[in-house]
Design a protein around this ligand. Structure first.
Ligand code: URA
Length: 226
């Protein structure tokens, strides 16, 4: 069958990947609902990141959302608020979703890693990238979020999310805009993390990156219903 315009546009599906699920620890059972899962995640000790973080920052949004956005890990403000994407990157993300006509209240937003990892520097806490072990440990939660929500599409915001969702490190810039289909049928749209836009200093480059991300979000909006 000839690919549809949307399949051509989003290069869908580029390939099919299989990934190994995270194993439960001795005292863990699968949750029956997102509410139960969120409650269980509050006492997560699957990796050492809980020790320094304020709290588990679990996903938020309707439990029947058509799309699940996956970020890297909570930042400083998210760690304090207990909510994903409420800091500077979250504000950029919200504004671009709005421009794309995607209602944040109707989507589910979560992170690959659910505790803030940081290095203390004076009074500040500087974001530190989660490693492969921490990403894999947290797969226990994200796999269940997907099992319960069953969205039409997952959006990997950046490299950590793509690693979590695809089971291996992938070149995000090369794969940006592609939809990868997992063996379990989940379609994963790969794009950048919105914090990249924040880090660009040169105004024209910043605007160009924002425009590209907006274009990605417009594609996601079309894929949500497809
Ligand atoms: N960056 C993320 O990846 N997630 C958040 O929740 C906030 C910033």
């Amino acid at each position: 069958m000839a690919p549809t315009g949307l399949q051509r546009e989003a290069k869908m599906p580029a390939r099919r990947v299989s990934i190994a699920r995270a194993e439960p620890t001795a005292d863990e059972a699968k949750a029956g609902s997102i509410t139960e899962l969120r409650e269980a995640a509050k006492s997560c000790r699957r990796c050492p990141l809980w020790r320094d973080a304020t709290q588990t920052v679990f996903g938020e949004g309707p439990d029947d959302a058509q799309v699940v956005f996956v970020g890297e890990q909570p930042g400083d403000q998210e760690d304090l608020a207990g909510k994903p994407f409420v800091g500077p990157a979250g504000r950029v993300f919200d504004a671009i979703l709005d421009d794309a006509g995607v209602d944040r209240q109707k989507v589910y937003v979560t992170n690959a890693v659910k505790h803030f990892k940081f290095e203390p520097r004076g009074k500040r806490r500087i974001h530190s990238k989660p490693n492969a072990g921490e990403i894999q440990a947290c797969r226990w939660w994200i796999d269940q979020e997907f099992d319960l929500i069953k969205p039409n599409i997952a959006v990997a915001l950046g490299a950590t999310a793509a690693t979590s969702l695809l089971g291996k490190a992938v070149p995000v810039m090369k794969m940006r805009g592609q939809v990868i289909e997992r063996e379990d049928g989940l379609r994963v749209f790969v794009t950048i993390h919105p914090s990249l836009i924040l880090r660009i200093r040169e105004p024209a480059d910043k605007q160009a990156e924002r425009d590209r991300f907006l274009d990605d979000m417009r594609k996601v909006k079309r894929l949500m219903a497809a």
